[in-house]
Ligand binder design. Sequence first.
Ligand code: CAA
Length: 697
Amino acid sequence: MNEIVGYEIEGRVAVLTIDNPPVNALGHAVREGIVTRVEQAVADDGVDAIVLIGAGRTFPAGADIREFDQPAREPHLLVVVDRMDTIEKAVVAAIHGTALGGGLELALGCHFRVASPDARVGLPEVNLGIFPGAAGTQRLPRVAGLDNALEMIVSGKPVGAVTAHDYGIVDAIVEGDLRPGALAFAQKIIADGTPRRISSEPRDGIGAPEAHAETIDRYRDLANRRFRGQESPHQAIESVVDGLRMPYDEAVAADRVRFEACKTSSQSAALRYAFFAEREAAKIPDIGKDVAPRAVKSAGVIGAGTMGRGIAISLADSGLPVTVVETGQEALDAGMAELAKLYEAMVSRGRIDEATKAERLARITGAIDYGVLGEADLVIEAAFEDLDVKKDIFQTLDGVAKPGAVLATNTSYMDIDAIATATSRPRDVIGLHYFVPANVMRLLEVVRGDESAPDAIATGMALARRTNKVGVLAGVCHGFIANRSRLPLVREATFLIEEGASPAQVDKVLTDLGMPLGPLAVSDLSGLDVSWRMRQSLAADRDPEARYMHLADRMCELGRFGIKAGRGWYAYEEGGRHPQPDEEVEAIAAAVAGEQGIERREISDDEIRARCLYAAINEGAKILEEGVAARASDIDVMWLYGFGFPRWRGGIMFIADEIGLPEILSQLRAFEAVHGKLWNPSPLLERLAADGGSFTR
Ligand code: CAA
């Protein structure tokens, strides 16, 4: 009768099995199936209790996110959940895998819940720009208490079965097979005549909002800190607060209006886009699932500098034994001592305990002899950014690495193909571009050279998953995808200062967009000399007709390297990290502008926003048309995870589509007329704008 929800009877218990791979999402057909089967069980005289369980890997992991853009179809999930309240037979949810969002709401509608020990339950809706609108915000506080419920709803983070049991969300944990355990639980309920628990009923001890003002304010603060600029956690809190002051039915009715507003908001569209973009990035168009990654059981890292140490930690934390190789004993000892300090800091911040630190540190050994790398399945070079140095290293590696080892470089902009020519095995050479600090930042840019073998690339992507990073593929070009698409934003930021804006004004416009730090504060943090050296290395190829970053050079010539020098785009107190406006910067900018014949003027925030953002979008379009990025959404995923771009804005390419490509194009042309050839519009953007096309839709 219904294919998607199975119906079997065992000893007066109807077992309803939801079978909608891969995650039993509660799409229209599933909701319909559940209603049909529940009514069948209600009408069945041979049934005294009902068990709802998921086939495959999980209890429903939520609503079907792909249906959000379509008109809602009946039966709505709320109706399915509310129906449970009026069923006289006990309904038991049997949870394994991840009962998330609508999945947990469905379970909360059931009268009892049992779970496998490794199950997780949560309400991650805020991450999609919505809130638990199928009564999760009303039922969870009644079941788990206000504080626990707000923690789960506002953070969006799931909890494990044991915590769920402590919170009262789960009535029993079933060791062993879930289905027979759930059946036994249901049979005991029948035998004991245990009264049904209806989670929409008022709960003792939960009073009016005034009685919980401190708790509610704490979560409002949390929402502001953790989700700066994002609306959904606040809507979730308001919904919970409504539940404290209104009867269930009224609060649920108020939720309907609020939910529709959230669901149709641009923030929710961006967050849903980000969800799928991230999963899409894991798929490489011409490398299918049949290409197995190479086995990696041990790794080597060349260089114990900042990058090398972060990479070694990231590898060791995932359980891999790592050998770090340096050029001399002194450099090695210094690097290993710094590495130990990083672990120390994790302990003192409460991130890990002493035992974990000892275990992870023990996985990392140091050496000054490349010979030890002969055992490693993967070697990541993190040496100085100098092509000759890197070629030497790869030549040496070629002589010692075992056949089939993946040889990776962490270069942030150099030609992987040139590095690969230093070896006799270019198929094994790939780029693994980490972001600072490498053990913290989630982005891993996996760079594919002309000769890189598919399984070497698959190994890089698998390493990203293993080390809890988001791997995104890039082709070879100067700066690859992330840094190359961001560079024009930084370039425009410095040009705008030449033209009359202050660093604080430029940074504020970008932090108002939701970025964690402005580009000039970031330059001060990472050091202005880094890009100065890069510009010097490219000097021979520089287009003399294109505008150049004279001011950024001048800052470096004056020793204004940023925080480490106590001054950069801002001034810093001795040893301090807090940026203070510095009048000297204005004087330097005015002097450079004078030399370059640039007239200084008042600059609007709108111009700053458009110049910074559109320059990056135009570069993104070029990256896309050159095939360096497989898809526009890959560029966005890089911005989300590499630069902390606000997820609720989707990313630069998503924003471009939202604004409309014809509008972007006309602005690019206007800027080109004033500022010259750096603003040449990308031909792809021109084509899409003319054809009514888009990057991401
Ligand atoms: N709707 C539609 N598709 C979904 C989905 C969902 N809720 N959850 C996962 N998928 C899809 C993924 O897109 C992916 O598809 P492809 O294989 O085609 O890429 C596939 O299922 C497997 O997902 P993952 O690759 O993410 O698998 P995983 O094992 O790493 O993670 C998971 C599984 C923890 C369930 C993770 O997918 C996840 O967090 N999903 C989202 C959960 C969620 O946010 N639920 C709340 C939805 S909103 C809601 O429920 C409110 C409401 O009632 C209106």
